[in-house]
Ligand binder design. Structure first.
Ligand code: IDC
Length: 463
């Protein structure tokens, strides 16, 4: 009997050695991804199925989506974003711009007012060191190609404005539905990503998937290859979507698809009905295990279950526990449970003028406002820039991009070649300061721009 057992054990050991258990796809690291903070993590990138910081470490975004900007603009304010970061531990917000629903961007909404809200949302997010997703929120329009030209024009404008701002991610079609095929979405995504990438060369773009952003398996079977730094969205509502959709998500990730949960709720898919916290907790465990980022729907006091505030709450910031709906309480508990280090960096020192090393060039730059003045009713701003080579090899040349919160007109610039377009100023090396040894710094670069009364530098980074 004992001999039989030993024999069986040996056969098993030989089989295991000969045929090790294979993972279903590229290895997925079980270690939790760190929370990303723009001033530390820099511009994000996508590697394999993972969202990574500028240095290539896996990171996770966890945040809250606004409701439709047209309907609930009041929550786009800095105090609110600060509370979300400091007390709720979020590191990302999503700005939902409905396209077709009443008051939407393509259905009679005030386009300039809506774009100002996006600008305000991005500025507040930058000031609070949060990542921010600009969400082209298609819904009843079903097929994103229906508004292809509007989408291209919109993302052309946004990406030109925010090209140098590492906080911004672009979500190009919230939820394709109504039977639109993955091939059609893919065609749309390629066209719109092309527009974005012409301005923001490496920005992360989030692409919706068929059937209200659920069929990530179809994207996994036929992903977009024309561009990198793309992620594919999956949306769930825990009282409707359970184990089956979770399996779809996991199997897409294990095939190597970068999945981003840019919207979810813990109630049913109508955004209303009862919550299912048991399923919601399972979703969170799975998403954490795979380092998937997730953004909760929605930041409003609308009388619906998915709103995180009670409908009686009139505050637009400074919410306390008594102001929260069941969804809000669950979310707060979940986001603040456990230790997640590093905690987001407090603002003050944080205006992300200095970035993590740009992955290609290994440089970081610091731009400092030296002086500002007013003359003949116009506003002038003088900056100095220093560039440091954090890499291990010599930097042969450098290119830096500074992004402002409004148009900046170049008046003067020294120790660099300058070109200004809209809100972006680009500076390239002179022959005499192009080479920076490892650990070395180039200083005394500077410029003066003319701009609006509240012109601010959003960011400065290698491009
Ligand atoms: C819902 C809002 C609701 C609004 C409706 C508009 O919660 O107040 O009246 O949109 O049609 C989604 C969508 C998201 C939905 C949400 C809940 O992306 O816009 O918001 N949901 O239905 N997909 C699945 C659920």
């Amino acid at each position: 009997m004992r001999k039989m057992q030993i024999f069986a054990l040996c056969v098993w050991a030989v089989l295991v050695l000969l045929f090790p258990v294979q993972a279903a796809g590229p290895p997925v690291n079980d270690a939790p991804a760190s929370p990303a903070v723009p001033s530390v993590s820099g511009p994000l990138q996508v590697r394999g199925p993972k969202l990574c910081d500028a240095a290539g470490n896996a990171v996770q975004l966890r945040g809250v989506s606004t409701h439709g900007l047209a309907w609930f603009p009041e929550y786009v304010n800095e105090a609110c974003f600060r509370l979300l970061r400091e007390n709720w531990n979020v590191n990302a917000v999503r700005l939902a711009l409905y396209t077709e629903e009443s008051g939407g961007y393509c259905s009679g909404g005030d386009r300039n007012a809506l774009k100002s809200l996006i600008d305000k949302g991005v500025s507040c997010a930058v000031a609070q060191d949060l990542y921010v997703i600009i969400d082209w929120h298609i819904l009843s329009d079903g097929n994103p190609n229906r508004r292809l030209e509007d989408a291209k024009a919109f993302f052309q404008e946004m990406s030109a404005k925010y090209a140098g701002c590492p906080n911004v991610l672009y979500e190009i079609c919230n939820e394709p539905n109504g039977g639109v095929s993955w091939d059609e979405i893919k065609r749309y995504a390629e066209a719109v990503t092309g527009v974005i990438r012409a301005n923001a060369r490496d920005a992360v773009v989030l692409v919706g998937t068929p059937n209200w952003s659920q069929f990530v398996d179809q994207a996994a079977a036929n992903p977009i290859t024309a561009y990198d730094n793309l992620m594919y969205t999956l949306h769930f509502y825990a009282a409707t979507h359970t184990d089956q959709l979770r399996k779809t998500m996991v199997s897409a990730i294990e095939k190597g698809l970068p999945v981003f949960v840019s919207e979810y709720g813990i109630c049913d898919a109508s955004g209303n009905g009862a919550v299912n916290t048991a399923q919601a907790d399972r979703w969170v465990r799975t998403m954490d295990r795979y380092g998937v980022s997730y953004i909760a729907w929605n930041l409003s006091n609308k009388a619906e279950t998915s709103a995180i505030l009670l409908s009686g709450c009139q505050k637009t910031s400074g919410f306390t526990e008594d102001d929260l709906s069941a969804s809000g309480k669950w979310l707060y508990e979940m986001l603040t449970a456990g230790e997640r280090t590093p905690a987001p960096v407090p603002p003050g020192k944080t205006v992300p003028r200095e970035n993590a090393a740009s992955p290609e060039m290994g440089i970081s730059c610091t731009a400092v406002l030296q002086n500002q003045w007013q003359s003949d009713g116009e506003f002038f701003y003088q900056y100095t820039l220093s560039i440091r080579n954090r890499g291990k090899t010599n930097c042969d040349s450098w290119r830096v991009q500074a992004a402002f919160n409004g148009p900046a007109v170049l008046q003067n610039g020294w120790n660099g070649n300058y070109s200004a377009a809209g809100t972006v100023l680009r500076i390239t090396a002179k022959d005499y300061n192009r080479s920076i040894p490892p650990g070395g710094t180039v200083e005394n670069i500077g410029w003066i721009v003319k701009g609006g009364q509240d012109l601010k530098l959003l960011n400065c980074a290698g491009f």
